[in-house]
Write a protein that binds this ligand. Structure first.
Ligand code: DAH
Length: 352
């Protein structure tokens, strides 16, 4: 009868040596293991059958061994199940054919939406899109645009210079563009009039970050050069834009201003789209909101770009995309655009 006890011990050793890691189909193998040991016709119930025939004096000892075997099998199954549960999540990601969880589908950033809308509006009246480098040189950002040598925008306080001359520790002329107006120069250098382009892009200024200022923002620049382009063309084009962007009821007004690269220069306001011009806290009671700078291209700029100012005239304008989006969707803080807080981004999911 010693052999029955040995048999039981061999089964216990066998159970303890079994590892789930070697199972291919884990769930099916666990079930097979259970049936093999604990099933109605399994090893353990068979052993209990044999146990009945065992002489009484051996029963105590063998009974103990049998119960140990049963406990070992039960325990092993628990261990298998715990393993499967723990690895379930990982197995799911390992299986690349499993369906994806679509609950966090991304959407376009509000700045991209507004940028695309501006491009759309101008492309409907024949403007094409042009691009230029974000890392620019002094010539394209300032000199060719008629900035005087001592203009404050050339100062380190406003402009990020990319390199310094190690000899004199002075900035070289490589810089991050402070406005998209430099792309005008690049376009006119390589293309003869008629020119009708808009130039969207990122710009950089050395500003402390606050609700109303940021060191990175986006602009859309516009340029129209041809024979006999007049200020009336400028005004009509921008009125069309304002109505498309902010609604048919929108009115515009132009105030005299100054930019080195346009003469005459103006700033354009739209009637406040929140209060309809009656005066509210968004328009600070004036009924008007400033949206862009514009003007007739200065003859000096045309000349610098190889275009004869006696033959051609042109207008240009530049607007801030963050500002457009703020006015359109009543966003109060510039920092929100760059923080990528999902609670902010999700509010614009529906506008594509
Ligand atoms: N570059 C100007 C800025 O960053 C905006 C601007 C004003 C662009 C007048 C123009 C313009 O083309 O004609 O503030």
């Amino acid at each position: 009868m010693n052999s029955l006890k040995e048999k039981i011990q061999a089964y216990i050793d066998d159970i303890q040596a079994t590892s789930i890691e070697n199972f291919q189909d884990k769930a099916a193998n666990i079930e097979m293991f259970r049936v093999k040991y604990l099933g109605k016709k399994g090893i353990i119930s068979e052993l209990f059958e044999q146990f009945k025939a065992v002489p009484n004096e051996e029963k105590k000892d063998l009974g103990k061994a049998l119960n140990l075997l049963k406990a070992a099998a039960t325990e092993k199954i628990e261990e298998f199940k715990a393993f499967v549960e723990e690895h379930q999540v990982q197995d799911r990601t390992d299986d690349l054919t499993m369906p994806t969880d679509f609950s966090e589908l991304g959407s376009r950033h509000v700045l991209s939406v507004v940028m695309n809308e501006i491009i759309d509006i101008f492309s409907r009246i024949g403007f094409t899109v042009a691009d230029g480098p974000e890392i620019e040189d002094d010539y394209h950002v300032f000199t060719a645009l008629n900035f005087a040598l001592d203009h404050p925008a050339r100062d380190m306080q406003d402009t990020f210079f990319v390199e310094k001359d190690p000899e004199v520790n002075k900035p070289t002329d490589v810089l991050l563009r402070t406005h998209t107006s430099g792309v005008q120069v690049r376009v006119m250098e390589r293309q003869a009039p008629p020119i009708r382009v808009i130039m969207p892009g990122r710009v950089f200024r050395n500003e402390a970050i606050s609700a109303r200022a940021h060191c990175i923002f986006h602009q859309v620049e516009g340029l129209y050069v041809d024979k006999k382009v007049s200020f009336a063309d400028l005004k009509q084009t921008l009125l069309y834009f304002a109505k498309e962007m902010f609604g048919e009821q929108t009115q515009v007004r132009l105030r005299p201003s100054y930019f080195p690269f346009t003469e005459p220069s103006a700033e354009m306001d739209i009637s406040c789209n929140i209060c309809g011009g009656k005066g509210c806290n968004i328009c600070k009671g004036t009924g008007w909101l400033e949206i862009l700078g514009c003007g007739m291209v200065d003859p000096n700029v045309l000349k610098a770009c190889g275009i004869d100012p006696n033959e051609y005239t042109g207008f240009a304008f530049g607007m801030g995309v963050e500002r457009m989006a703020m006015l359109k969707y009543q966003i109060r803080d510039l920092r929100l655009y760059f923080e990528n807080d999902l609670r902010f981004l999700k509010q614009f999911e529906a506008i594509v």
